[in-house]
Design a protein around this ligand. Structure first.
Ligand SMILES: Cc1cc2nc3c(=O)[nH]c(=O)nc-3n(C[C@H](O)[C@H](O)[C@H](O)COP(=O)(O)OP(=O)(O)OC[C@H]3O[C@@H](n4cnc5c(N)ncnc54)[C@H](O)[C@@H]3O)c2cc1C
Length: 601
């Protein structure tokens, strides 16, 4: 039934009552219907006395966005804002135009409509550290109830039940397919001394099968979870294809009192009598603040926007970089490729049973949170290893390449000669990056992109940690340059049956460095590592004493009344995990704070 509804939506039908007749004012105006915004719109409109307007630039989802395996396809559609970074001297050197793709969702559901559906929460240390940085209420024990509140994990098997919810809006489940690689990956982890445990429990390190934000094998985006079930509420108005261009702030009182936006080529102004909640994500939230006069003095002066509040908006950009370019060949057809899943059995199994390889979230089957020799705090992962059921060589139709920004010439040279060989991947992800980037306003036109300067791998230690992660992931032959002291995953006896080999064609730009040496992998990281799309931190939460803080621990913008930021941009530090569930938790907690404050007034 869900798939049929989605199919209808593909041809323009939508079950969202798209508001085009706006009231003059609402109690709350929420900007952006992403992972944070959908939760806030839901929880605030639980109070029938309050009117809520949710404004979203993108469109409703369709049946293609539902299919977990083809997640990477979404980034070549209009559901992606399509951002690219400036050219960097330290990263993305071998990618198209020497720039990094920075995908962000533009849809009802935001980035949760184009993401890879992996459900993780970060570690206990992440949140305890947020609290230690001067953000009371954000320690692990305080945020855990909000993760549980959101979640419905009734179908989950291999979990530690006390850390999971069973009655929340967000459906979480295991994929309806498992390749033989998964068990071997987990067994290899045990050989390395890691437990097979639930990554949502506070253990920090370990190997596990993936959990995904799915319902019966279909994507459960923030919109499916938190909006679709409550569209009958008459106090909630939702407007899609609506581009907010400014938050209105009274210069004398510093009170946010409404928003300006475009819809159907018409300009509107709507007032917010209680609060404006900015949930436009880690690139657009800081951009909108700057367009509205809240940001770094020098930048706003440069572009001619009158300064209302001088804050370090757009600084502290953090992200997770991944090395998704590693390919491990196996001698049996046990992997998943573009061509492999075209068979009618898999298609039938998915459409009618919600099972089979199409339910693998973005192709990822298992995760490992591990430590390299650079990790300083015991039990705190600095690398994640993501086991992929397929690899770049099998991406013959090019959706994964497009997501990553891999040039055709690189693909032809390195991968195309192996297009038909069964292969899987293990992508090391840098969990605790030290490099920090920026979102910088380019000019005063709200429709122009800001400049994105993520500074990936500016800090040398980030590269070294990634190299260690690669060495843990990659094949190692006892007689070759690949040797490392650690037992590597694919070298373990559990994988021996598959006689694993790797591509040995060097990446363009790294040909002169001895293949397989640490220097080679460092060069590869700088050339072809890509973002996982976990941009956070650009409206940093922190105490008044923190000169970099943009919002306080109740997510209120410093110096401006009636304005909160509720999305990934408030994270002071990126968590050692994927960010979607964390941002939903932020939405849950923020909604409670808003309710408490207005109950007192
Ligand atoms: C390719 C990719 C894969 C990912 N995979 C995973 C994963 O497997 N697991 C995981 O946990 N996380 C994953 N993430 C990250 C995760 O999905 C995001 O961190 C999260 O969804 C961001 O939530 P948010 O609320 O901060 O912003 P968003 O969800 O991006 O929401 C912001 C919303 O605001 C809207 N908006 C912006 N500007 C305006 C404007 N001016 N007017 C109106 N509306 C506006 C946007 O269109 C968007 O809908 C992935 C991200 C990407 C890009």
């Amino acid at each position: 039934q869900n798939l049929l509804n989605d199919f209808r939506r593909f041809f323009g039908a939508s079950d969202v009552r798209d508001t085009a007749n706006f009231r003059k004012s609402y109690d709350f105006v929420v900007v952006g219907a992403g992972s944070g915004g959908c939760v806030v719109a839901n929880r605030l409109s639980e109070n029938p006395e309050w009117s809520v307007l949710l404004l979203e630039a993108g469109d409703d989802e369709n049946f293609l966005t539902d299919v977990p395996l083809i997640a990477s396809l979404q980034t070549i559609t209009s559901y992606n804002w399509g951002y690219k970074s400036e050219r960097l001297a330290t990263a993305c050197l071998g990618l198209i135009d020497g720039r990094c793709n920075m995908p962000r969702g533009k849809a009802l559901g935001g980035t949760s409509v184009i993401n890879f559906l992996l459900y993780t929460r970060g570690t206990k240390q992440d949140f305890d550290q947020w609290a230690e940085l001067g953000n009371p209420g954000w320690g692990y024990d305080q945020v855990l109830p909000y993760f549980i509140k959101s979640e419905n994990c009734t179908k989950c098997r291999e979990i530690d039940g006390k850390y999971h919810g069973k009655s929340g809006y967000l459906s979480v489940e295991h994929p309806g397919y498992e390749s033989p690689l998964v068990k071997r990956f987990i067994k290899s982890g045990e050989e390395l001394g890691y437990k097979n445990n639930d990554p949502s429990a506070p253990y920090g390190l370990g190997f596990s099968k993936v959990l995904a934000t799915m319902r019966n094998g279909m994507r459960c985006s923030a919109s499916k979870a938190f909006l679709k079930p409550i569209l009958h509420r008459t106090n909630l108005h939702v407007s899609i294809k609506t581009r907010v261009t400014k938050i209105l702030i009274d210069p004398s009182t510093k009170q946010a009192y409404g928003v300006q936006f475009w819809k159907n080529r018409r300009k509107f102004t709507v007032l917010a009598t209680k609060e404006v909640v900015l949930s436009a994500g880690s690139i657009n939230s800081p951009h909108l603040l700057m367009l509205s006069g809240v940001g770094p003095r020098d930048d706003l002066t440069r572009v001619g926007i009158p300064l209302l509040q001088n804050l370090k908006v757009g600084y502290n950009l953090q992200d997770h970089m991944a090395m998704s370019a590693l390919v491990f060949f196996v001698n049996e057809s046990i992997t998943v490729s573009d061509r492999g899943v075209q068979n009618p059995v898999d298609i039938f199994n998915y459409v009618f049973n919600g099972r089979g390889p199409y339910t693998i979230p973005g192709g990822a089957e298992a995760l490992a949170f591990v430590q390299t020799k650079y990790a300083k705090i015991g039990g705190y992962p600095d690398i994640e290893l993501v086991l992929g059921a397929g690899a770049l060589n099998g991406d013959v139709y090019g959706s994964l390449r497009s997501l990553l920004g891999i040039p055709r010439s690189l693909f032809e040279r390195v991968y195309a000669p192996h297009a038909y060989k069964p292969a899987f991947s293990i992508a090391p992800v840098l969990m605790r990056p030290k490099s920090r980037g920026r979102v910088v306003i380019k000019d005063g036109n709200p429709l122009h992109w800001p400049k994105l300067i993520p500074n990936y791998f500016e800090n040398e230690e980030d590269v070294k940690t990634m190299v260690e992660g690669i060495k843990m992931a990659r094949w190692s032959s006892s007689a070759s340059v690949f040797c490392s002291s650690a037992i590597t995953i694919t070298q373990s006896r559990h994988f021996q049956k598959y006689n694993i080999t790797m591509i040995t064609t060097p990446f363009p730009g790294c040909e002169t460095v001895p293949f397989g040496s640490d220097e080679y992998w460092a060069c590869a990281v700088r050339h072809v590592a890509t973002t996982l799309g976990h941009q956070v931190g650009t409206c940093k939460m922190g105490p008044p004493s923190d000169p970099d803080a943009v919002v306080d621990e109740r997510l209120r913008v410093y110096g401006i009344k009636g304005l909160r930021v509720v999305d990934g941009s408030i994270m002071p530090n990126v968590v050692a995990g994927h960010t979607n569930a964390v941002i939903m938790m932020i939405g849950e907690k923020a909604s409670d704070m808003i309710k408490q404050e207005w109950a007192r007034k």
